[in-house]
Design a protein around this ligand. Structure first.
Ligand SMILES: Nc1ncnc2c1ncn2[C@@H]1O[C@H](COP(=O)(O)OP(=O)(O)OP(=O)(O)O)[C@@H](O)[C@H]1O
Length: 377
């Protein structure tokens, strides 16, 4: 992927040590309801990078973001922004720009007046304000819309005003709390690319919260996956996708099929079958294990010869075929392992009627693509 270097990367290229913009150490939030909303979260975010906190509903993403913004005080732990403790500065004094799902723009004001608002609040020199407002409206491609009232703008344009307003005072940190969740899919995908462009252009350190895995992969330099209040993995997008640390992460990003069985030295034994795989965690032979394989890494073919190059190739049957437009999703089971429905992508939509439901096929993959994890009881 052709990504322009972030400010952090530029620093590294100049040989300077990366500067930590946000440091989160052992941060816990206990609302008193039993489970912890955030459970000992720790991470560093380097200056200029775009971090996404990704996780299902209730996993603690917003609570963690609100603590970083200083809206909520952690039960324990420490958060610093550019070396200063977050709770030492009141929220309106912090150099943090925010964009929420509900944009909180002033509907009776024009786009330009909305963008000027944080500058007036921060007592910028009034002479510099119009020029700066214009610059940031241009940045979000709304240069000609400054005089429009908010309720005369489309949802996507309003979103752009909110971004300009969050950035116009050049904050040290930009926080995004599901700002795209209410938009339709096409607009959401367009705005994801816009966020990336703007963030790269300004190099502002950014933390984004979402439950949309595609958005996380598209916009981020780094991703933190959360579940049950705990950070499950912190990695760059490609590493996260290719090398998930546990079955939760493997299942949350992409479409995976899971097979439970017993670890062998080179894979997994399940239902009398030996399936080749690669140990993703330290696991001894015979231990309960869970294999995970992604839909795009499985091949099916009626002709066994076509799968001759696969490390594992097992006969099975087609259970269902689903047309998804640019690809097909086959659901199939291996003979000898009837309870596990493998989900398999086939990237030729013209092959829709290639295999009927019930058709016998060979199903195969390479050992490196099935990740074997230790089962957690
Ligand atoms: N003010 C609060 N008082 C009590 N419990 C809370 C409060 N805010 C959040 N929680 C609980 O903390 C947990 C984490 O919530 P949080 O909103 O951080 O999750 P989330 O991952 O952002 O979810 P969503 O994607 O649905 O917004 C949930 O169990 C939630 O019910």
């Amino acid at each position: 992927m052709n990504q322009s270097p972030s400010a952090g990367t530029m620093q590294a290229m100049r040989g300077e040590p990366p500067k930590v913009a946000v440091r989160v150490r052992d941060v816990t939030m206990d609302f008193g309801g039993g489970a912890l909303a955030v459970d000992r979260a720790s991470f560093d975010l380097e200056t200029g990078r775009f971090l996404t906190i990704l996780g299902p509903s209730g996993s603690g993403k917003t609570t963690l973001l609100r603590m970083i913004a200083g809206f909520q005080k952690p039960t324990s732990g420490a958060i610093t922004i550019n070396g200063r403790a977050v709770d030492a500065t009141p929220p309106h004094r912090r150099s943090v720009g925010m964009v929420f799902q509900r944009l909180a723009l002033f509907p009776h004001m024009t786009a330009a007046e909305n963008v000027a608002f944080p500058l007036k609040m921060r007592r910028f020199n009034p002479k510099t304000i119009p020029g700066r407002v214009r610059e940031f409206l241009d940045l979000v491609k709304l240069g000609d819309y400054g005089d429009r009232r908010i309720n005369e703008l489309s949802g996507g344009q309003q979103q752009r005003v909110a971004i300009a307003r969050a950035l116009v005072f050049e904050p040290e940190l930009l926080l995004l709390d599901e700002p795209l969740a209410a938009l339709d899919r096409k607009l959401r995908e367009e705005m994801q690319l816009e966020f990336r462009r703007i963030q790269h252009e300004l190099g502002v350190t950014t933390i984004n919260v979402t439950h949309d895995q595609r958005e996380a992969l598209v916009v981020s330099d780094d991703i933190i996956v959360m579940d049950g209040g705990k950070i499950q993995q912190h990695a760059q997008p490609v590493d996260l996708y290719r090398r998930p640390d546990n079955p939760f992460v493997a299942g949350f990003l992409g479409v995976s099929t899971f097979v439970d069985g017993e670890a062998t030295s080179d894979g997994l034994r399940a239902g009398g079958l030996t399936l080749r795989g690669t140990h993703a965690t330290d696991i001894s032979e015979g231990a309960p294990a869970r294999g995970a394989i992604r839909a795009e890494q499985i091949r099916i073919d009626a002709d066994p010869q076509a799968l001759a190059g696969c490390d594992t190739a097992v006969p099975g049957k087609i259970h269902d075929v689903i047309f998804e437009g640019e690809r097909l999703l086959y659901v199939a089971a291996l003979d000898g392992l009837p309870g596990v429905e493998f989900r398999i992508y086939h990237h030729d939509p013209d092959a829709f009627d290639l295999y009927d439901i019930g058709a016998p096929v060979m199903i195969g993959w390479n050992a490196r693509d099935m990740k074997i994890f230790k089962s957690v009881a």
